[in-house]
Design a binder for this molecule. Structure first.
Ligand SMILES: NC(=O)c1ccc[n+]([C@@H]2O[C@H](COP(=O)([O-])OP(=O)(O)OC[C@H]3O[C@@H](n4cnc5c(N)ncnc54)[C@H](O)[C@@H]3O)[C@@H](O)[C@H]2O)c1
Length: 256
C-alpha cells in the first residue's frame, strides 16, 4: 500500500519508536493521528508533522473507542494502524518482597496485549467498510509491536514477556480473520532500541552491557530503523501474518 495521502494511527506515537514512526509516515505523505497517554508530548510530535494528537489510555476501552471516533471525525478512517504503545515492569514472580502483585501483571497485559487487541478490533471493523485500494483488494494494514522478550524473556520480565508473546501469537489468526477484508496484520519484535523505555528498564549500566552483547551492528537500534521497517511493512503487500525480529542477531540471556 502506498503511504502517501493515507490516514494513519500510531498509538504510543509521542515517544521512542512510535514518535519516529509518526515522523516517517508523515514524511511519506500520510496524515497521522498520534494517540498517546502523554497528551503534551503527543501534541508536540503531532504539531511537528502537521498531524493531530489524541489522548488515549489503550487499557481503557471507552478511551480507545472515544479516541478512534475522534480520529474518524477529524481525519477519516485510518487504513494504517500501528500499535506501538507499551509499558514494562521489572518484577520476579516471587521474591523476598512477596508474590508478583497481580494488579501489576494485569496492567502490563492490559496495556500491551488487551490494548493492542482493542485497537485492532475497532480499527479493522472501520477499515472493512472502506473500498479496496488496489486490484489485490487491499483495504488496510495493522502493525503491532511485540518484543524479542516474547521468545527469550529474561529474569524479572514474566508479565511483559507474557503480554508480548500474546501480541506475537495473535498475529497469524488475526491476519487470517481479516484476510477476507483485505487487511494485513504484521508484528515487529524489536531487540534493543535506544528509547526512554529501554533506558529506564535497564538502567545506564544495564543498557551499555546489553549493547555490548549485540552481535552486529554492535549498538542499540535507532528508532528511525524501527520506523523504516514499519513503513516497509505498509508498502510491501506480501508481508502478512508474520512476526519479524528486528534485533541485529541479538538473543536475550538470562538477565538484563
Ligand atoms: N525500546 C526497545 O528496546 C523495545 C524493545 C522491544 C519492544 N519495545 C516495544 O516498543 C514499543 C515502544 O516502546 P518505546 O521503547 O518506544 O517506549 P517509550 O516509553 O519511549 O514509548 C511508549 C509510548 O507509549 C505510551 N503509552 C504507555 N502506556 C500507554 C497507554 N496505556 N495508552 C496509550 N499510550 C501509552 C507512552 O506514553 C509513550 O509515549 C512498546 O510496545 C515496547 O514494549 C521496545
Amino acid at each position: 500500500m502506498e503511504i502517501k495521502d493515507q490516514i494513519a494511527i500510531v498509538t504510543g506515537g509521542a515517544s521512542g519508536l512510535g514518535a519516529d514512526t509518526v515522523r516517517a509516515l508523515a514524511a511519506k505523505g500520510a496524515k497521522v493521528a498520534v494517540l498517546d497517554l502523554n497528551e503534551d508530548l503527543a501534541k508536540t510530535i503531532a504539531d511537528e508533522v502537521g498531524g493531530i494528537a489524541v489522548k488515549v489510555d489503550v487499557a481503557d476501552t471507552d478511551s480507545v473507542a472515544a479516541a478512534m471516533a475522534t480520529v474518524k471525525d477529524k481525519l477519516g478512517v485510518a487504513r494504517i494502524v500501528m500499535n506501538v504503545a507499551g509499558i514494562g515492569i521489572g518484577r520476579k514472580i516471587t521474591s523476598r518482597k512477596g508474590p508478583h502483585p497481580l494488579g501489576d501483571f494485569m496492567r502490563v497485559v492490559n496495556v500491551n496485549l488487551t490494548g493492542t487487541f482493542d485497537v485492532c478490533r475497532l480499527a479493522s471493523t472501520d477499515i472493512s467498510t472502506l473500498e479496496p485500494l488496489n486490484e489485490d483488494g487491499e483495504r488496510g494494514v495493522i502493525v503491532n509491536v511485540a518484543s524479542i522478550f516474547a521468545f527469550d524473556g529474561p529474569v524479572g520480565d514474566t508479565a511483559y514477556a507474557a503480554a508480548k508473546a500474546g501480541v506475537a501469537g495473535m498475529t497469524l489468526p488475526m491476519a487470517r480473520d481479516l484476510s477476507g477484508y483485505g487487511i494485513r496484520v504484521m508484528t515487529i519484535a524489536p531487540g534493543v532500541f535506544d528509547t526512554p523505555l529501554a533506558r529506564s528498564e535497564t538502567g545506564p549500566d544495564g543498557f551499555e552491557r546489553l549493547k555490548s552483547s549485540i552481535p552486529f551492528p554492535k549498538r542499540a537500534g535507532k528508532p528511525s530503523e524501527f520506523a523504516q521497517m514499519a513503513c516497509h511493512i505498509v508498502e510491501n503487500s506480501m508481508l502478512n501474518g508474520e512476526v519479524i525480529r528486528l534485533d541485529a542477531a541479538f538473543r536475550m540471556g538470562m538477565t538484563l
